[in-house]
Write a protein that binds this ligand. Sequence first.
Ligand SMILES: [Zn+2]
Length: 636
Amino acid sequence: MRTTMTRTTTVLLLSALLVPAAAAQDSTQDVEDRDWAPLSNAMRDVDPDVREYQEHVIILSSPWMEGRLPGTRGAELAREYVESQFAARGLTPPAPGEEPGTLTYRQRFPLGSSSQMLNRQLSVGDMKFKQGADYEMTRLGSDADVSAPLAFVGYGISEGPDGYSDFSEDDDLSGKIAVIFRFEPMGEDGRSLWEDEGWTSRVNLRPKISGVGGLNPEGVILVNPPGADDPRATRLFSSGRQYLGDIPVFMMTPDAAEKMLQATGDTRSIQEWRDHADQGNGIVHLGDTEVTLKGESSVAVTQWGENIMAKVEGRGELEDEYIIIGAHLDHLGMGEFGSNEGPGKLHPGADDNASGVAALIMLAGSLQAAYDEAPEDMPLRDVILIAFDGEESGLNGSRYYVENPVQPLEDLVLMINFDMIGRIEGDRRLSISGTGTGVGMPEWARGHFEASDLVIVESERSSGGSDHTNFLRREIPILFAITPFPLHNDYHTSRDTVDLINYEGGMATSDLFHELAYSAAANPERFEYTSNRRARQRDRQPQRDNAMPRVKFGFRTAADEGEPGLRIVFIREDGAANESGIKVGDRLIGWNDVELEGRRQLIEQLRTHDPGDVVKIRLLRDGREETVDLTLEARD
Ligand SMILES: [Zn+2]
């Protein structure tokens, strides 16, 4: 059902994409005059794999996919597309289905949630207080279902200046609900007795709530003290970090607290309770009248993400082990978040990361075919291909996977990740990092790098914040492929479009990783993980010419035909450039004594520096030349 639907969708998409171009030609040229040969020859010469790779990128980047933002119909279409491509190539579903014993291509995980408080109650006998107006149940504590007498514990402070104390650690509040004031002892003006301006750290909720919680009460009621000179004293809150795992914490207004306390038979006003507490007169137990606290918080998932995964089945003595090849499928939708140009326009994400997912689909086909053709008695590891969801919002799909692997993580021998492999330029450079995360991996990988017609910019340490990071944290060797630094200026904008993709380069990347993955799947030895830190040290020693710079400066540039230097097009808010006063639109024309003509020169300059170096940057701003000092930061 799902597959049929997607095939129809695909055909529609393709015709939508192809028809306008053909129509345009018809209207501008007579059929008689047309010279067919160049086009048909060109089409015939294109490698069929490159054409197929291109088709996947175009479909995944089309407006139908709505920028593949989780929660949209477009994201679901994209997932269906990848799923159907995996299925059509004969890969098996590796994830447990909802029905026991069934398998699916989908791994569902919570991507957004909201929590609600239900069935709240604070009452004494028939007297029921009003939630929101008189009290709140807070998230500082647990769910509540208790009835117990009250004990007044002042400000809930065990030690203050001049021997002040509301309780000692020997006090036991078992079977009682503790009532405490917010803040700390104050004078008639409602200001702290212990601090000239504001409050001391004793008003902090964490020590206060944990301290009273340590006396083992059934519950805690935090009361806003009357007359406090603090705007917060007029408000109730319910949110916050949970400090007590098994004791509920409620909050009350002074008026409501007075009524509650008087319902126990004690006639004191809330102001008198404050006077008692301001003097540090200790705990008061309030008879046997029980107060009831009830309420529970329920967490509802508001959005689900889904990793789409498929398995090329291994065999023989290696079949229990596996390799993962991943690429994130999600992107930024209409730029709702994470966009460098703000919301409003479609962010097609052709490079980020339709380019990587297209390689994943090509590898599903090529690896399945290679496994089918390999001798039957040849041991091979499983290969699980995963199109991760929720990467852009914080590597969520891959985090969920490492916490809920479909096969044990100790059997995972290598994780390969593609994120933006579509902008390989004329110099055919591709960056591959992480070769140093496994013993023997650099030597093994370099053999394959040399056989490829791509120019591999290798970094032994792992770099870049994408899905492989979650696997590296679990001490699994990784390889990460991305078009080399510097990042293009279309990154995370509506300009990341299909016309700018180098399809041939993307397909060459897929071919290279076919060789790497197949070899890693068949090699009886597995790479032992080595720490990133050690790999980083090795990277530092011999300075290779193609090494990634160790420093960054917090801006991105663009070259303009016929203009001097490089135009600053983006400045990172928390970066060094922003601090030094460099602005978007400035032209970068000099670096210390060097005249900058292009980006290549800038990278060469960067390679000569260490983090912390201060460089003189010459800028053209509004036609005038200015010089600023810029402190270089470490790349992470
Ligand atoms: Zn990405």
